[in-house]
Ligand binder design. Structure first.
Ligand code: ZN
Ligand code: ZN
Length: 290
């Protein structure tokens, strides 16, 4: 009997302006913190899929205010540079400070209008962001980013959403040109085929080695064949993803901090430009609910 279980995961993101009074110089300052919260639910045989999705979303939305309320980020006082003692203690314990390339928080000395207000929020970044384009990597807070209308694989102007062949489309607005998407699909097919062949070859080799054992008989080849089919299927599934470079790596999922790496220098330059604009202009929370 086969039991099918579908799981639903919903992740929501939000931002909050946190007020701080510096323990050393008494300066009041405010910074923006971003957190995500996750909710999940499962169905058996797909029964009640709609309500499962809803309950995952409810759980995520219920958890978000809690995450935001207790969130603290390692943001030093803009006046004297002191990192607040409670924050320092917390981050020391959690071994989360410093995170190399961590995007800076936005800070202000005056309270900013509430998030979502019609007045644009203009907060300064605590430390200017420097994109490490030379090494082909850029670390940003995803919720503050927008993606340029260019192909993330070759850099030419593009409109199609970028999608890995075996995953859902990224919801962050990354784009790709038809040619690169086609090439990616073809690469996946070729690697699947190569993986299957490799698995079958390994199975054949095992069968051959077993057949050398005296009195092994035909059983050795059957065992080798079965092993080959299993290994072939496994490698066909595994190889395409393994051989494709990783474009996005989560550095801190709870804060939406992600590292991007793209081979195209032209695209990395565009991305760095977009990051600078976003970080200097204040929060661009276009993915408030993802
Ligand atoms: Zn201070
Ligand atoms: Zn392209």
């Amino acid at each position: 009997m086969i039991v099918t279980i579908n799981t639903y995961t919903v992740r929501v993101a939000g931002a909050r302006i946190k007020p701080v009074r510096c323990a050393r110089c008494q300066q009041d300052y405010y910074y923006e913190t971003v957190r995500t919260a996750k909710g999940s639910s499962a169905t058996v045989y797909g029964i009640g899929a709609k309500s499962a999705e809803q309950s995952a979303a409810n759980e995520a939305h219920a958890g978000l205010p809690y995450e935001l309320y207790y969130a603290v980020d390692p943001v030093p006082c803009p006046k004297c540079g002191t990192l607040q003692p409670d924050v320092e203690e917390k981050f020391k314990k959690a071994r989360r400070l410093p995170i190399p390339g961590m995007p800076p928080a936005l800070v202000a000395e005056q309270p900013a209008p509430a998030m979502g207000a019609a007045i644009p929020i203009r907060l300064k970044t605590a430390v200017p962001q420097k994109a490490d384009v030379e090494n082909g990597q850029l670390t940003v807070q995803e919720h503050r980013m927008y993606f340029p209308a260019a192909c993330c694989m070759c850099g030419v102007p593009a409109e199609l959403p970028f999608k890995m062949p075996r995953s859902k489309a990224y919801e962050n607005g990354m784009r790709a040109c038809p040619k690169c998407l086609e090439d990616l699909g073809r690469r996946y097919k070729r690697r699947s085929f190569e993986g299957a062949l490799l698995g079958l070859g390994l199975g054949g080799l095992v069968g051959f080695l077993f057949s050398l054992v005296p009195d092994a008989g035909g059983g050795a080849w059957v065992a080798g064949g079965v092993l080959g089919v299993i290994a072939g299927g496994f490698l066909a599934l595994l190889l395409p993803d393994r051989l494709e470079p990783k474009y996005c790596t989560w550095i801190d999922r709870s804060r939406g901090i992600v590292q991007y790496r793209f081979a195209s220098q032209a695209y990395m330059q565009e991305l760095a430009k977009a990051a600078t604009v976003c970080l200097n202009a204040g929060p661009v929370l276009q993915h408030l609910y993802v």
